[in-house]
Every structure is written in structure tokens, then in C-alpha cells.
Design a protein around this ligand. Structure first.
Ligand code: URA
Length: 291
């Protein structure tokens, strides 16, 4: 293990910012292998030197993984000159080591993992490993048992092969205008999501999918029958725009998409869009054994 500065080690273990760490060091609260150390520039070897803060050992964690509740409107990339990226939402001492595991579309919300373990990320994304990802989706039109069966058998999304068997569950189907009040619609996530999508629409999309309900933009106008379906879909591959293309293959449009789990890890309900947390030791171990 390479040597790093003591102040960096402390900052990366959550002791504080670099300037807070300098104060902590000056006050003599840090020891390296039993000897008090006050110099921030002191080189230490994580994993070899025993570093304590107030007598408590700080253990070096080689792997870091964060769970982010990605909001709509930011792109899954490490940097971008024009748009907000998921990295802009992260304020973590080891942020520079992290990268997103796979990607979610600009308008997709939900669980996104960011980690520094390239080998694990590779296994999680490899088609060979069939890592399950579950999405909640709101779809224009009535999703039926035939769609469930089609997804189970695989659909043609224009790739060489049909999609792998996927599990579609219908949660509910509502008529956007008779079963939901307009007040509901104007307050709903559907509406927010539709507004978020405005900038992405193009005339070709409007032509093939119809237009919004002009009054409440609830998405009803996007389906022939005015129905909106809420579903979950579990897939074990990750082709570009896969969920949207699978519904397109069935003549239906996804209005709202949120990833709710990946590799057995559920999105933490306590995280609001834009918030993140580190995986617990148990979650990290489970991920490493599972994938
Ligand atoms: N499938 C999609 O269509 N979009 C996503 O962001 C993720 C899966």
C-alpha cells in the first residue's frame, strides 16, 4: 500500500475537512503506532501504521461505495462542461476515486451506485453475471398480461437477440381522468416528470406518441385509452435505454422511471432525491459475495 499524507488519511476517514484535520492534529489527538503525531505532512502507510484519533483506531477501507438517490435532470457522468452530473451531488473525501456503476438516463431517478472498485463494477455490469435491476415505471396505456408474458419470453428492441427474460408486475392501472383528480395530477410525480421531460421531447416523439393532456400534463394524452399503468420491472441486463425500449416494443411509452433496487440492494427510503450515503460494511460484503 502506497504512503499518503496523514491529513489526507484523516480527512478520508471522515475526521473533518483538511483544515479541521490540521486543528485536530495540532491538539495532539492523533497517534501513529502509539506515538502522538501533529504534522499534517507526515507520511503514513494505511493498513500498516496503526492510526488512532482520541484512542480509537481508524481502519483503512480500501473500497468505498455510495448509494445515491439520483434525481431527474442530472447526467450519469463523472464530468460535463454543460450539465450537472451525479458527481456534483457528492461531497465525500474520496470522491475523486469514485465512478458511477452503469448509467441512468437524464430523466430517470433512483438508485445509482458510485464506487472505486473497478473489478466489482465490471462484474456488476457484465452481461454474464445477470445482476438484477428493478425499476418502478409509470407507463402510458394499459399494461396487460400479454405484456407480462412478452417480457418473460423476451422482446425485440432492435438488438441481435431478444431481451433476456424479465419479470413485469402490474401494480395498478388507472384512467388518468376518471380515477385521478386533476388536482392529483398537477401535484403528482407524473406531472413533475413530464415537465422535466419537456426539454427532451422532439416533434417526432410527439407524432408517434400523441400529445399530452393539455390541462394537467398527466400523460393521459400519450395513450390511446387514457390509461396510466404503474408497474415494476426486473431485468438482468443493461442495454441502452433498455426499459423504455422494451415498452416501446410493446407500443407503450414510459412516462416516469425510477430504479428501486440493484443486485439485491434496495434504494434507502431515507434518501431524498440528490442525497447519498455510504454502503454499510454488511451491504458492501453482500455485494462483493453476490457479484
Ligand atoms: N432503462 C431505461 O430505459 N432508462 C434508464 O435510465 C435505465 C434503464
Amino acid at each position: 500500500m502506497a504512503q499518503i499524507r496523514l491529513d489526507r488519511f484523516l480527512a478520508e476517514h471522515g475526521a473533518g475537512t483538511r483544515s479541521e484535520v490540521k486543528k485536530i492534529l495540532r491538539s495532539g489527538r492523533v497517534a501513529v503506532s502509539g506515538v502522538v503525531e501533529t504534522r499534517p505532512e507526515r507520511k503514513v502507510e494505511p493498513g500498516n501504521d496503526r492510526i488512532t484519533l482520541d484512542g480509537r483506531e481508524l481502519l483503512w477501507q480500501p473500497f468505498v461505495c455510495l448509494m445515491l438517490h439520483k434525481p431527474a435532470g442530472c447526467i450519469t457522468a463523472t464530468e460535463d462542461r454543460r450539465q450537472q452530473t451525479v458527481m456534483d451531488l457528492i461531497d465525500h473525501p474520496r470522491k475523486k476515486e469514485l465512478f458511477p456503476v452503469g448509467r441512468l438516463d437524464l430523466d430517470t431517478e433512483g438508485l445509482l451506485l458510485l464506487m472505486n472498485d473497478g473489478a466489482l463494477a465490471h462484474r456488476m455490469l457484465s452481461p454474464k453475471h445477470h445482476v438484477e435491476k428493478t425499476y418502478f415505471a409509470r407507463v402510458a396505456g394499459e399494461v396487460t398480461g400479454e405484456d407480462v408474458e412478452a417480457f418473460r419470453l423476451g422482446v425485440d428492441i432492435g438488438e441481435k437477440e431478444l431481451t433476456l427474460p424479465a419479470k413485469l408486475s402490474i401494480l395498478r392501472v388507472t384512467d388518468a381522468h376518471t380515477k385521478r383528480s386533476e388536482a392529483d395530477c398537477s401535484e403528482s410525480e407524473i406531472n413533475r416528470e413530464q415537465s422535466n421531460r419537456e426539454e427532451e421531447r422532439n416533434p417526432e416523439e410527439e407524432r408517434t406518441h400523441g400529445t399530452h393532456c393539455e390541462d394537467c400534463k398527466c400523460g393521459a394524452g400519450l395513450s390511446q385509452d387514457g390509461a396510466i399503468s404503474e408497474v415494476t420491472l426486473t431485468i438482468c441486463e443493461g442495454k441502452f435505454h433498455q426499459v423504455k425500449r422494451m415498452f416501446e416494443a410493446r407500443g407503450k411509452k414510459v412516462l416516469y422511471l425510477k430504479r428501486i433496487s440493484m443486485a439485491g440492494l434496495g434504494l434507502d427510503d431515507a434518501l431524498a432525491p440528490g442525497q447519498w450515503r455510504e454502503l454499510t460494511k454488511e451491504e458492501m460484503e453482500r455485494l462483493q459475495t453476490l457479484c
